[in-house]
Design a protein around this ligand. Structure first.
Ligand code: 6PG
Length: 249
């Protein structure tokens, strides 16, 4: 499946010289999304990504957004979660809370964590129903911004290469399994991600370079990687990457 013709018109590439610059440019995008809301009371829905890379951004935001006042308008969700308790070091919620959310005055009720400690199937259903709080277009919730990372195998969120059906699932949230560790996961589906207004990948390190280059240039075989299939149907796709991750572009 090749990128649609208009895909290139709504895709941004931000090559950054440092982690700081990557975080700063992503924050600029977030502030642009917020200021773009004509209705000053309208909420802004963001899904955070997991893994290590976003911690760069979270630490930066916890300082750079000290003077930000509209925290009551920000609704925070997750793109995926490990099926572990919220105090487990593996928890994407714990990492985001410890490095960012606990350091800014966002109302607790605006933080919607995936409850990794609960039965995965039950939690997938619960979280799906939560997403109905968002704007709904064509029957699918619309996030203002979904942050994503990409694994060394081209997975994104918790959609792994051996579970490509999660890209096309009719559900909004599905259970998944990390094929390497067998750890159970919860993930937004590709259909939901591709309904977002903005989807932004944050890539750092040369271990991302080969697959990123294949996806970005739509090389033969790149469609084997889940991240290849992330292309917002009505929104904008942005890649924020450091020089190492972009080293083979
Ligand atoms: C997770 C993530 C996952 C992550 C990639 C990249 O829960 O692990 O959501 O999709 O974004 O594996 O991880 P790094 O940023 O640690 O390389």
């Amino acid at each position: 499946m090749a990128f649609t013709a208009n895909y290139k018109s709504n895709r941004n590439l931000f090559l950054c010289k440092s982690d700081q610059e990557m975080a700063s440019k992503l924050m600029d995008q977030l502030l642009e999304i917020i200021s773009g809301k004509t209705n000053r009371a309208e909420k802004i829905s963001i899904a955070l990504s997991g893994g290590r890379t976003p911690l760069i951004l979270f630490r930066y935001l916890s300082v750079a957004l000290k003077s930000f006042k509209a925290w009551d308008r920000i609704l925070v969700f997750w793109g995926d979660e490990r099926c572990v308790p919220p105090d487990n070091p593996e928890s994407n919620y714990k990492n985001a809370y410890d490095t960012f959310l606990s350091k800014v005055p966002i109302p607790e009720e605006n933080i919607y964590r995936m409850q990794g400690e609960n039965d995965p199937e039950h939690e997938a259903k619960r979280y799906s129903s939560l997403l109905k709080k968002l704007n709904i277009q064509m029957g699918v919730p619309v996030f203002d911004l979904i942050l994503l990372g990409m694994g060394d195998d081209g997975h994104t969120a918790s959609i792994f290469p051996d579970q490509m059906h999660l890209l096309r699932s009719e559900k909004f949230v599905e259970t998944a399994v990390n094929p390497y560790t067998k750890q159970k996961r919860l993930t937004l589906t590709g259909r939901l991600i591709n309904n977002a207004r903005n989807v932004s990948f944050l890539l750092s390190g040369d271990n991302k370079a080969r697959i990123f280059s294949e996806i970005y240039h739509e090389r033969a075989g790149a469609d084997a990687f889940p991240a290849f299939h992330i292309r917002p149907q009505h929104g904008t796709l942005s890649w924020f990457c450091d020089e190492k991750a972009a080293g083979l572009l």
